[in-house]
Design a protein around this ligand. Sequence first.
Ligand SMILES: [Zn+2]
Length: 138
Amino acid sequence: MPNSNADKLLLELVACDRCKNAFMMNKGEKLRKQENNEELVCKNCIKLEERKKQLELGVINNLIESHKEIEVSILEVKDNIDISKSEFNKQHFLERIKKRSQALTKSIELLQKIVESNDEKYINDYKKLFEKLKEDLS
Ligand SMILES: [Zn+2]
């Protein structure tokens, strides 16, 4: 009985196009995806992709915040120089700007790594690293 409804409800063992692990997929769904040239992706890979997207969004928000803070720091330095023309706060503010811009560079590097990486363990390492980065800055 090919193409019967009962046939389409059958589960079939297929290989994930990303991680190559075998998983069970509805036969009708598999045929539909193959007809549309869609990837056959297992649940783990779908979850991993969602987590990566959330993480990227978090990093981008952090970058925007850091950028705003750098702009504020630059304005503070400018005000201080204008008002006092002295050196006492300048070095402190310049150090702060330097630290933040280093953090920005590091964040972008980490973001690139996470986008290239397909390893779930790496995401956790990254989160820890980024939390530490935030602590260092506060
Ligand atoms: Zn997979």
